[in-house]
Design a protein around this ligand. Sequence first.
Ligand code: MLT
Length: 266
Amino acid sequence: MKLNKNNFVIFPKGDPNNQSIIFIHGFPFDHNMWNFQIEALSSNYFCISYDLRGLGESAVGDGQYTIEMFADDIHYIIKENDFIKPVVCGLSMGGYIAQRAVEKNENLFNALILCDTKSVADNNDAKLKRAEGIKKINEFGVKRFIEEFIPNCFADESITKPGNIYKETLSRSLSFSAEGVKGCLLAMAGRTDTTEFLSEIKIPVLLICGEKDKLIPPYIMEEMAQSIPDSEYHVIPSIGHITPLEKPEVVNKIIKDFLSRKVKPK
Ligand code: MLT
């Protein structure tokens, strides 16, 4: 683990001489979301996960975040560590950040991996839902918000599956601060729309979605894939929004296969 001067923690694994991959987790989770992928990929790739400001082990700061700031953090990580054209991989909110980071400077990246995410910005209903979430946190506390939010992220089968991935994930998120979680809700509500950019993306893009994703159903990602010139789209049967944790072996295989064909060695 390494604390950088912008006060978010990054977790590098593997040989820094290999092609790098930066993993961005979703909301309200932390870098552990990508543990299975990093385990499977770090012998051939330099894998970097980190905790977004306000979540996990990163500092909360003033709790005032924007997706723009999170996208700048990716550029900062690349610059600070001298990464040459990393692959960037984001899930949901992590995908909003990855898309904006690529839109801001595509030349920095070798490829983009998007899991269970979308390009459209929040419409009025979505903004009102974020506001309701903030109200709930203020009235009943952040634990209640997280306890109600996270079950929706997983397919029912993943919640009841033997093994403790769901419980472990939930219990980590229950330790997050109200300020950090509210700051992320506001950042998502205020994000820009990257839909028009999709048809301009030149790097290869892999899109993955859980068949039972209740937050971002597969048709949304299928439409995104149709707009992106060099794209591949996979739906993973029987799982929800948190694909890397719900079916890690399938996600790993898809990512490995994509990288072996699409990412030129440095
Ligand atoms: C996420 O998984 O990152 C969030 O659910 C995304 C969102 O709320 O828009």
